[in-house]
Design a protein around this ligand. Structure first.
Ligand code: ATP
Ligand code: MG
Length: 443
């Protein structure tokens, strides 16, 4: 009896994972001012507070501001239920079924408002056989909401009206020391949600802060748990890495932790080939650069780059077997895409763009007659041309081809005519080849 009683008493703190006391950090110490909060997020916290609720800016935004970075978006956490939030703001909508959130619109800005939630203790929660936490959608208080979050740096609450930060897990001092530390027992937290291992890699790479030793230690042994994560969620996380603006660091970190095997099957196959690696790293570096310049990047372009060497290899094999180049390209694309879909579900909506980019690579070779002009009119020309430049930079094709297209795009009519290659060489060869092929097929 006593034993059981003691067991219950001593396990409780571990189950709720409360850190005990909250630290309230004043503006004088942290220096984040109300003006640094987006207009919409300020309106949301002001509005909720005026209606008698608690409301804070939370998560990535507070972390980024403390690190001197510009936050991507501002999320708000509150003790108001989604219905109560909706009643305060005219232009708002409740979204989601399992986790009900409210989207509040202020002009162009969309602020996501979530009600404080608590983690359901692992014992009563619906976990799968590996202990993955399947439920954390019950309402809770601020302290419980902090405890369900992943890293101490992500669990800070900022009140724009008092300019104070509420810190339950010493996240403020971790940020100051440049440490990313998981809240609670790392093994338990990774078992609850293996994606946190990837988030650890992505956030430390993106923020340029080191992973705390105890947070990193269990990852090597626990990485097989990633196999149980639903594909769509994996893809989401991989995309976040690739489009983090720090994809190169993310991939390097993944490899260092030996996490890239199985996670990115397409990388597995390709990284072993030096040419493939060079091309992929160039594509990633190029993406990071575009992001830092505020230019748009498309996931389709990135996937096209990641899969290119497989497509190219499949195409070459088919051509060597006697297939015609264009037909071989179509077959190669379909083969690689269907193989890839079994491993990491790249959504079908990207297929068309990827195929266009790949198909246009062959057409860059054709530099006579009307063809180059038609190429320029293709809506996907720019993406395909950027892709060609990557192929040049990785020594897959001669630089001269990239330079030719670079000049042709912007050249005067006169100059374009001069640049065109004589029709005869390519055209004549083509005409001769076709009938022969038909005869072969007929035979
Ligand atoms: P980013 O700048 O990339 O958006 P973020 O930390 O804001 O980084 P989000 O995915 O937007 O990441 O998540 C918002 C917040 O939700 C996080 O700061 C964290 O507090 C919490 N969170 C997100 N994913 C998890 C998870 N898997 N487990 C626990 N908490 C999580
Ligand atoms: Mg975020």
């Amino acid at each position: 009896m006593i034993k059981q009683f003691l067991k219950r008493v001593f396990r409780r703190p571990e189950k709720t994972r409360s850190a005990g006391k909250v630290q309230i950090i004043s503006h004088a110490l942290h220096g984040v001012s109300r003006e640094q909060i987006s207009y919409g997020a300020r309106r949301v916290t002001d509005g909720l507070q005026a209606a008698g609720f608690h409301a804070y800016v939370v998560g990535g935004a507070v972390r980024d501001l403390l690190l001197g970075r510009v936050p991507k978006d501002f999320d708000v956490a509150t003790n108001a239920t989604p219905e109560e939030v909706k009643r305060v703001f005219r232009r708002s909508r409740i979204i989601g079924r399992r986790f009900r959130l409210v989207h509040v619109m202020f002009g162009e800005e969309l602020v996501e408002v979530s009600t404080f939630r608590r983690m359901v203790e692992t014992e009563d929660a619906e976990t799968d056989e590996h202990g993955r936490l399947l439920r954390d959608n019950e309402f809770g208080d601020q302290e419980q909401d902090a405890a369900r979050r992943d890293f101490t740096a992500n669990a800070l609450f900022y009140d724009p009206s008092t300019q104070e930060i509420f810190d339950y897990h010493r996240g403020f001092s971790d940020i100051r020391e440049g440490v990313l530390r998981i809240i609670g027992d790392p093994q338990v937290r990774y078992r609850e949600d293996p994606v946190r291992m990837l988030r650890a890699v992505r956030l430390s790479a993106k923020l340029g802060i080191r992973l705390d030793a105890a947070t990193a230690a269990p990852i090597a042994a626990m990485k097989p748990l990633l196999d149980n994560v639903p594909e769509a969620r994996m893809l989401d996380e991989v995309l976040k890495m690739l489009l983090s603006g720090h994809s190169v660091e993310c991939i390097q970190e993944l490899r260092r932790m030996e996490l890239h095997h199985g996670l990115l099957p397409l990388l597995d196959a390709i990284m072993d080939r030096p040419a493939g690696e060079k091309f992929i790293m160039l594509a990633l570096r190029n993406t990071d650069e575009r992001m830092s310049q505020g230019k748009p990047v498309s996931p389709a372009f990135l996937f096209a780059a990641l899969l290119w060497h497989e497509v190219h290899a499949a195409w070459k094999a088919l051509v060597e077997q006697g297939e015609r180049p264009v037909g071989a390209m179509h077959a190669a694309m379909d083969e690689v895409l269907s193989r890839q879909k079994k491993q990491l579900a790249i959504p079908h909506r990207h297929d068309a763009i990827m195929k266009e980019i790949w198909l246009m690579q062959q057409r860059f070779e054709q530099r006579s007659g009307q063809r180059p002009y038609r190429m320029l009119e293709q809506p996907r020309f720019r993406a395909a041309f950027d892709f060609l430049l990557l192929r040049c930079a990785s020594n897959e094709v001669d630089n001269e081809l990239g330079l030719w297209w670079d000049e042709f795009q912007d050249a005067s009519d006169e100059r374009r005519k001069e640049m065109l290659q004589p029709e005869s060489s390519q055209g004549a060869r083509k005409r001769r080849r076709r009938p022969r092929k038909k005869v072969e097929q007929a035979a």
